[in-house]
Design a binder for this molecule. Structure first.
Ligand code: MG
Length: 377
């Protein structure tokens, strides 16, 4: 007898038939036994996303990005997930795909209804590879939402009308291209500007030559000297900037605390806030945190980060990497919980294979489809 009180032989029969329903995509298997003994088929692949503009931050410059796509087929339903590897943490899509393949026997035997337990076990089995974990977690969330026939935001008890506006990001470029990108982003009421190199003044001047909109600034750990950081942040305050993200390197928490005492603008942690456990030591050094599924390993860890930050009185923000509408839509489902959103990664690519969350006058608009509610483009 197994833990559900049925004989091993019957159990094999049940999982066998559910497995067949995955492959045949329609053989009806219903009832509690089928639900509890669901077997899964998982597929991980790498998708190349072409960028509309060459994308430059303090960390890298590129014309395309590869993301890990995951497809979970079980009990007649397919869940899709995506994770975008972050160069900062030495991740690549190929390594993420290999990490998923390395635990393939385990994944085939999981019960996707137990998504919390599944991801806890994945975390035990795989070191690092947070984009791969995010892809698995998002596929589980999509699958469960589809099985329950409710959108992910409803599973989480959230009101889709509470979504924030999203900023549109402008990468580091020469002044003329920066100005052009700002003009192209006319539909967005707030912009996020990447700085952190020695061209910051010219970048902001180029932005301000094209718009008076509020700006949010991301230095991506670019300022290494605390006095320089204070000087830059206080100057940015005179330029209509609302907050500054990750002014100094993540490990310089003490220096960032020193900086924060000398500026008025809120400081948001991104690279310093990798997961929920990292947040308590950031109190007093930062006013808030930027949560990304790809950085922390998926929806479940992102929720933990948001709740920990809120309980410590910190602001919360959802960000993203360059990715398709799968990953960005998954994040958007959590966005009714946060103060700020920077969920534009799908808008930066020219070949999005999917269609999901939309943006109207800057506001994130979620559909009412089950799970992520994402469809092929
Ligand atoms: Mg950032």
């Amino acid at each position: 007898m197994n833990r559900d009180g049925i004989s091993r032989r019957d159990w094999l029969k049940t999982t066998g038939s559910v497995g067949a329903s995955c492959l045949l995509g329609g053989l009806a298997v219903s009832g509690p036994m089928a639900a509890e003994n669901t077997s899964c088929s998982w597929e991980a692949s790498v998708t190349r996303l072409r960028l509309r503009h060459t994308w430059t931050t303090t960390m890298s410059s590129s014309e395309y990005r590869d993301t890990i796509q995951v497809r979970l087929a079980s009990d007649g339903v397919i869940g899709i997930g995506e994770g975008a590897p972050i160069v900062r943490y030495h991740e690549s899509a190929e390594d993420g795909k290999k990490a998923i393949e390395s635990i393939s026997p385990f994944l085939q035997g999981v019960n996707p209804w137990q998504f919390e337990k599944v991801m806890a076990e994945v975390s035990q089995k795989v070191q690092g590879q947070f984009a791969a974990k995010a892809a698995l977690d998002v596929a589980l969330m999509d699958w469960v939402g589809k099985k329950l026939n409710v959108p992910l935001y409803r599973m989480l008890g959230l009101d889709p009308n509470d979504t924030p506006i999203t900023t549109f990001s402008v990468g580091i470029d020469n002044p003329e291209s920066t100005r052009q990108k700002v003009l192209e982003a006319e539909a967005f009421p707030v912009l996020k500007i990447k700085v952190g190199l020695n061209t910051d003044e010219a970048t902001i001047a180029a932005v301000r030559s094209a718009t008076k909109k509020p700006l949010r600034v991301d230095a991506n750990e670019g300022w290494k000297d605390k006095e320089e950081a204070v000087r830059k942040i206080n100057w940015l305050e005179t330029q209509g900037v609302e907050f500054v993200e990750q002014p100094m390197p993540a490990e310089m928490i003490e220096e960032t605390r020193w900086v924060r005492r000398r500026v008025h603008l809120p400081i948001i942690a991104d690279e310093a806030a990798v997961n929920a456990a990292a947040i308590p030591k950031l109190v007093d050094a930062y006013d808030g945190i930027n949560v990304k599924l790809d950085k922390c390993g998926g929806v479940q860890q992102a929720l933990r980060m948001i709740y920990v930050a809120k309980s410590l009185g910190m602001k919360t923000m959802l960000g993203c990497m360059v990715s398709s509408s799968v990953s960005v839509t998954a994040s958007a489902h959590l966005s009714p919980l946060v103060d700020y959103a920077d969920l534009d990664g799908n808008l930066l690519i020219a070949n999005d294979p999917y269609r999901g969350v939309q943006v109207r006058n800057g506001k994130l608009v979620l559909g009412d489809g089950p799970g992520l509610g994402v469809k092929p483009a």
